[in-house]
Design a protein around this ligand. Sequence first.
Ligand code: ADP
Ligand code: ADP
Length: 228
Amino acid sequence: MAQIQLKNIVKVYGDGFAAVDDVSIDIDDGEFVILVGPSGSGKSTLLRMIAGLEDITSGDLTIGGTRVNEKAPRDRGLAMVFQNYALYPHLTVYENIAFPLRLAKHRMKDADVDAAVRNAAGLLELEEHLERKPANLSGGQRQRVAMGRALVREANAFLFDEPLSNLDAKLRGQMRTEIARLQRRLGTTTVYVTHDQTEAMTLGDRVAVLRRGVLQQVASPRELYEQP
Ligand code: ADP
Ligand code: ADP
């Protein structure tokens, strides 16, 4: 787990447009922060800068006390779950979850891979589906496999970019409950982008509101709700 600190973060795209304009926020160890704002307000750009998928024009990004502006995505210790979860269609659920651990860098023993996969599958209630292929899963189950793949990485923090937006209302409700439960059990620092008000009000410790690239306010869901 790690603290994520953004200090005066700016993103200016090639055409001179400031998509993110001087954003500063300290996210505590274990905190779940929801990023909301209208379409085009800079949410994805901000998340992608934290992930390392987008260069930071200026400002300082610190994860766990280390400045990471120039670090490659894989060296930031983050796990990402995006809305277009890319599962490997030819691999089973088990092998999809195990995938990050099979990469040469980790050189994990099969028994350790197995323990990690089964632990994640247990947390996500996927034990019954480990031998199935993604094509034979529901949207919610696929999303859970994508989360399982993020979980086994034992990341310092999770980044979610509208992870539930492709699901129908019922599944969305189930997954919301699932994510809340996981957060209580794991307590992993999380930044979660959504435009869904229910997700914003029920999942987050704090909600950060972006508008035209500027951070308008950061408040608890309760404080936001009680505003006139
Ligand atoms: P959100 O996630 O809140 O919908 P984005 O971060 O995707 O917002 O986009 C913020 C702004 O930056 C938008 O005005 C968008 O058009 C612009 N933008 C996003 N990506 C690029 C890009 N690669 N080049 C230029 N402008 C971009
Ligand atoms: P390597 O150091 O060999 O690139 P990594 O464990 O860092 O190995 O991951 C390899 C690739 O897999 C990276 O590009 C990483 O971004 C990607 N990857 C796979 N699953 C995830 C995930 N859940 N979150 C973030 N990145 C992931």
